[in-house]
Unconditional design. Sequence first.
Length: 327
Amino acid sequence: MALSKIEAPSLDVGPLGSRNLLINGDFKISQRGDYTSATSVAHNQLYVDRWVVRLTNVTANIQHILGSHASPNYPYKGSNTLRLTATSTATGLLRHLQRVEGFLDGQTLTFSAWVKSNSPNARLFQYQHDGQYRVSSSAHSGNGQWEFLSVTATNAATTTNNLYFDAAIGSSTFATVSITSGDYIEISEAQVEISDAPTTFEHENIGTTLQKCQRYFQVPFSRLVSGRTDSNWQGNPLNIFNTTRAFTKISLPVTMRALPTATIHNAKFDIAWNNTSRQLTTLPSNVYPDINALGMDLDNSGSGFIVGYSGHVDIGSGCHVTLDAEL
C-alpha cells in the first residue's frame, strides 16, 4: 500500500527509542570524505555513510548540504540533506538507497522522508530483493519544494540483507524514465520503522550514529588528510621481530559487522626505536584486519632493526586507512 503525501503536523510522535531502522538518516556522518560541494559520483558507490548511489544510463553529482538556522528551505531548521543531480540527459534511473540488515519477514514497514525535486518522477521505494518485489510512494509534484512522502508495505523478504529503501527518480514500477541534465532529488530525515504509518523523525545523538556507521565502515587512523580529523596517528606500539620487519596493531573503537577490507592510502609511517627513527613510504608487507583490530607488518627500507626491541609508529602526513565491511 502506498501512502499519499501528507502534512508534517498530522504525524503521530510515536514511541521514543531506536525505532528508525535506517542508519544516518539525517546525514550527520560522512567518514569517506567531504561532499558539501557538488562531487561527481560513480555507480554503486557509497559517499555519505550507509547511502549507496546507483545510476542507470545517467551521470550525476552528489551534494551533502549541511543544515543551518539561517537556511529557510529545509523541512526543519538545522536538518542536513542529500542531493543527487543528473549531469547528463538519458532515459534512466537516479537512486540513493540504503540496505538494512535483518529478516523482518511479515513485519509492516513504513519508509518516509522529506523530498525535494524538480522531477514529477521522484519517489520512495521499498524493495524486498527476493522475488524482485518493489512498492512505491506517490510521486513528488516536481515543483522544487519540500514534500513529505511515505510508503508502507508488509515485508516479504525470505533471506537476510535483502531489504532496500530507495529515494529515486524512476517510474512507479521502477522502470526508467526520461531524465534531463539538472534534474535532482534531495532527501532529508529518512526513516524506516516497524509501523503502519509514519511518525516524526527520530533524532539520535551523533555519537550513537557514528558508532552504528563504524560497524560497516571506519577510519582507524588518519593524519593531516583534507576533510578528515586526525585520529590514532601518534605513539602506536611497534614490536620488532626480525631485522627487516616490525609489527604494529591498532584496536578499533567499534566491532565491525564482518571481516573488513583494509585499504591504506598514501602509505607513510614514521617509526622510532632504540634512539633510531625512519620514515617508511612503502605499503606494509602484510595487513591483518579483523572485526576488532588492524595489524600491519612494516618493512624497514634500511638497516638498524634490532630483534626483540620495541618502539612506536606515528602516521605520516596524508596517510590514512579505511576498513570496509558494508553489505
